[in-house]
Design a protein around this ligand. Structure first.
Ligand code: ADP
Length: 258
């Protein structure tokens, strides 16, 4: 519990710090990107070496903006609006986005029954958390395989999982991918921890998920076996309120690197 608190505090501090920096940085990157575009129009492809340099500038700018967007979504947690929602409705609402994020030969199976208990979370934050886990599953399946999302109602007695007790709706995101050795599995929720290299990973995906789950009074667990796959289970406390209906299908901010 002490470690958890330290982690949440660390993430809050990082969130506040990065929010301001990310915002200013994003504006600078917009200026750089805009000027590069102007320069491209002025040159009109006359100089192939200049065009290649412009390509490199634009790629780096785009990458930078992905990164700042990720940092902003990380910092945005201060403005969250938790609502009673139905996990099965929400997942149905963004199923298409999940499928689009998982190119063949990755199969997606969803089994989240409608009787799953309502929970109170910020719906966008929930969708981003799930997407972050889906993207990780995809990255762990370079040769294809299966990703499944299953839902279950669970009643915890004191001592079963840390200090949690009572009714929880759970979601398990499982993949048949590369798996992780124990030394990596232990670090996955650390902010900025990534094994994907600086050009691909930010190491913020699972910290976002961790922060989201803990702020909702829940818990996340992970099991993984090298060469067999990985499974994350999130526990969210049941609420008594009637879930609000999901709004019209809409665009959600795709995480960096999607
Ligand atoms: P990022 O995806 O940017 O690396 P995350 O915080 O989402 O950041 O993940 C941190 C690390 O955890 C990843 O770099 C990877 O090593 C490991 N990881 C996360 N999910 C999985 C998974 N489903 N299978 C294997 N490894 C994973």
């Amino acid at each position: 519990a002490h470690e958890q608190l330290a982690q949440v505090q660390k993430m809050d501090a990082i969130g506040q710090l990065t929010g301001g920096v990310a915002h200013d940085f994003n504006n600078l990157l917009m200026v750089i990107g805009g000027q590069a575009e102007l320069l491209r129009t002025r040159l009109g492809g006359a100089d192939p070496r200049a065009t290649r340099s412009l390509d490199a500038i634009e790629t780096a700018t785009r990458r930078g903006r992905d990164l700042t967007r990720h940092l902003l979504s990380f910092a945005r947690r201060q403005h969250l609006q938790p609502l009673p929602i139905s996990l099965s409705d929400r997942i149905r609402g963004i199923e298409e986005l999940f499928r689009a994020s998982l190119p063949a030969p990755v199969a997606l199976m969803i089994d989240v029954p409608s009787f799953i208990w309502p929970v109170e979370v910020d719906p966008s934050e929930f969708e981003i958390a799930l997407l972050n886990m889906i993207v990780n599953a995809r990255d762990a399946l370079p040769d294809g395989g299966v990703v499944s999302i299953t839902g279950e109602n669970v009643t915890l007695r004191e001592g079963e999982i840390q200090d949690l007790s009572g009714d929880f709706a759970t979601l398990t995101i499982r993949d048949s991918g590369t798996g992780m050795p124990p030394d990596i599995r232990e670090r996955v929720f650390e902010p900025f921890f990534t094994t994907k290299g600086v050009n691909k990973g930010t190491g913020l995906g699972l910290s976002q998920v961790y922060g989201f789950v803990h702020q909702a009074g829940g818990h996340i667990s992970v099991t993984s076996e090298l060469g067999k796959g990985t499974s994350f289970t999130i526990y969210l406390p049941r609420v008594q309120a009637t879930p609000v209906a999901p709004s019209e299908p809409r665009e959600v901010d795709a995480p960096a690197g999607l």
